[in-house]
Design a protein around this ligand. Structure first.
Ligand SMILES: C[S@@+](CC[C@H](N)C(=O)[O-])C[C@H]1O[C@@H](n2cnc3c(N)ncnc32)[C@H](O)[C@@H]1O
Length: 205
């Protein structure tokens, strides 16, 4: 029993280290950067993107990828933790859940966004169910907010946990969008329940 647990831990650690080392040598601030690359490879949402929002951007791996991949694109990154400057990326230090933050985001953009990506995760408490509920609540808020912030042909990518409240988030996404898919990047393949939802074709009234 004990042996199995430690070999499982070893595999998880190796997997983490592989992407950590890769990110470090490529100059990315997080190994999550690879998740966004994989997500784009799967869904191709970087194409023709002129306005992008990165929610939960700290330390900045996804913002680095957006800056590198999107030419002539306005990029607005948001986090409750201060993100070190990335040239050509605007940053808002705020709690996304607050109404005034949403207003600030809307005000900051001249136009609606082509792309809204969110890697937001609630702080871990040690209680896996509670962590799942809190992160999925953030995802639900991202999907709700998307109606006011993305263009009709815009795309939403958001972290979601395949656990408590997952079905509620899935149903919410299906109510708002014509196309809803889930994808777990290889670089995320550990024993966590993390996956990503891809939403496109927003339903208009
Ligand atoms: C997994 S990290 C994001 C990593 C990032 N994508 C990268 O590549 O560097 C999750 C982030 O979500 C942020 N976050 C969590 N709740 C938030 C909230 N209510 N508003 C803004 N940011 C939030 C956390 O501060 C944390 O930096």
């Amino acid at each position: 029993m004990r042996k199995n647990k430690s070999s499982k831990d070893w595999i998880i650690q190796q997997h983490r280290d592989q992407y950590f080392k890769q990110a470090k040598s490529a100059g990315f601030r997080s190994r999550s950067a690879y998740k966004l690359l994989e997500l784009n490879k799967k869904f191709n949402f970087f194409k023709n993107c002129k306005t992008a929002i990165d929610l939960g951007s700290y330390p900045g791996g996804w913002s680095q990828i957006l800056k590198k991949s999107l030419k002539n694109c306005k990029i607005l990154s948001v986090d409750i933790k201060k993100m070190k400057k990335i040239e050509g990326v605007d940053f808002l230090l705020c709690d996304f859940r607050k109404e005034e933050s949403k207003e600030k985001i809307l005000k900051e953009l001249n136009d609606k966004a082509d792309l809204l990506v969110s890697d937001m995760a609630a702080d871990t408490t040690g209680n896996k169910d509670l962590d799942c509920i809190r992160t999925n609540a953030l995802c639900a808020e991202v999907i709700e907010f998307s109606s006011s912030i993305i263009k009709e042909n815009g795309v939403v990518i958001s972290k979601v946990f395949n656990g408590t409240d997952f079905l509620n988030v899935k149903n919410l996404a299906k109510n708002k969008f014509h196309k809803v898919n889930f994808f777990k990047p290889e670089s995320s393949r550990d024993y966590s329940k993390e996956t990503y939802v891809h939403c496109s074709g927003i339903k208009t009234l």
